[in-house]
Ligand binder design. Structure first.
Ligand code: SF4
Ligand code: SF4
Length: 388
């Protein structure tokens, strides 16, 4: 039985968050537990989510106050702490500086790593991917603590502890993984392998203010007053998805892969929730990015075909688009899907959906939220609703 601490925290006040995190660790086993998690002399890597260059307190990224509270606790067990991430677009250092995380890190002597230095490694006991180029810092750290933000996600439905580690792939190489893993099932298997490779030790999920709707970058903030903590990343994510409205965690692609591949705890009966109860912490009217297709076929070709027919498509909100071409730049299927065409005095993207792999990098990284996801005609006919 995996243990997960579900904690109520109503504000981004660093002293309050520290107190709440200590309560969470107490529930998990207190000082003894922490000493085992962070053995003496360990090099600890903190992996927040800085998806893009964002203002401090943006609901896109891990809040700097959560980051600071975590450092205060981890510092009691290690003097060798680094932090880093590789955003999907833009410079890692700038993202760390703009978000307020760098200032916090400097205050506590926590070093920054931009994840540019990569290492080629093999994972022989993988589910899918054996050969990797990943950031050296998380690979070589003794203890990796992931600090995800609770957000909706167009492809994976939800991003939390497991998905956050995709940042361990350097920015420029992320597109290559999307091309190699063109459907959600494969992509999610890859995420599990990546977490095995990195050896992520613990997750602290920032859901004090989560993101709903058109996430993970252009959705709306939703105050949930929630922190979820645990060693089992899949258990932490399972609690998170049940909170936001997926009563069956297997309705989300990553947790379905966790279950199918016996990667970790995911079913309610495999997880002991300590602290608050899921029922008492469920937010009202949380807008999901997607609902399950409800189709699970063992034949991958049939499954891929149906997913293609039912998966939402990227859709432009014309009046928001500023014609910056970023969607075209970040599309891993470069040149084959998005063309920029002149409309009036501006360039606007046009999609050739035949070649689109539905990775939603364009939607994720549009700087002004001009791309949303739209249901296909077939999914509308069979009554699948995009949003919860
Ligand atoms: S859709 Fe977004 S990313 Fe694409 S050109 Fe318009 S503003 Fe830029
Ligand atoms: S158009 Fe968007 S969703 Fe389609 S492959 Fe390109 S980035 Fe992915």
């Amino acid at each position: 039985m995996e243990k997960v601490a579900l904690i109520k925290c109503i504000d981004y006040d660093v002293d309050l968050i520290e107190k709440k995190l200590r309560e969470g660790f107490e529930l998990l086993g207190g000082d003894k537990y922490l000493k085992k998690l962070i053995p003496s002399g360990s090099k600890v890597l903190l992996k927040p989510n800085f998806l893009s260059i964002e203002q401090p307190g943006s609901p896109v990224i891990t809040h700097y106050a959560v980051f600071e509270a975590v450092i205060r606790i981890v510092k009691e067990y290690s003097n060798d702490i680094i932090f880093g991430d590789s955003p999907g677009f833009g410079d890692s250092r700038k993202a760390a500086e703009k978000s307020g995380l760098m200032e916090v890190a400097n205050k506590y002597g926590v070093k920054f790593d931009d994840f540019r230095e990569t290492i080629h490694v093999r994972l022989d006991n993988s589910i899918l991917c054996k050969s990797w180029d990943i950031a050296r810092a998380p690979y070589e750290a003794d203890v990796v603590i992931t600090l995800p933000k609770l957000k909706t996600h167009a492809m994976a439905y939800f991003t939390g502890a497991i998905k956050n580690q995709f940042g361990c792939i350097h920015g420029t190489q992320k597109a290559g993984w999307h091309t190699r893993m063109p459907d959600a099932n494969k992509f999610c298997k890859m995420l599990l392998d990546l977490n095995t490779l990195v050896g992520t030790s613990f997750a602290i999920l920032d859901g004090i203010v989560a993101m709903e709707g058109n996430g993970p970058k252009n959705g709306n903030p939703h105050k949930m007053d929630t922190i979820i903590m645990g060693e089992s990343l899949s258990a932490v994510d399972s609690v998170a998805v049940r909170l936001i409205g997926y009563d069956n965690p297997l309705d989300t692609p990553t947790l379905k892969e966790v279950y199918d591949n016996k990667w970790g705890a995911v079913l309610p009966e495999e997880i002991e929730v300590l602290g608050e109860t899921i029922e008492s912490m469920k937010p009202k009217n949380f807008k999901l990015a997607r609902k399950s297709t409800g189709f699970h076929f063992s034949n991958p070709t049939v499954s891929r075909f149906l997913t293609g027919m039912l998966a939402p498509t990227p859709s432009l909100i014309e009046d928001k688009c500023i014609g910056c071409k970023r969607c075209q730049e970040v599309c891993p299927e470069k040149g084959k899907v998005i063309s920029m065409v002149k409309k009036g005095d501006k360039l606007k993207p046009v999609w050739n959906m035949k070649n689109c792999i539905r990775c939603f990098c364009c939607q994720e990284l549009c700087p002004v939220g001009a791309i949303e996801t739209k249901n296909t005609t077939l999914s509308k006919i069979i009554g699948m609703s995009k949003r919860g």
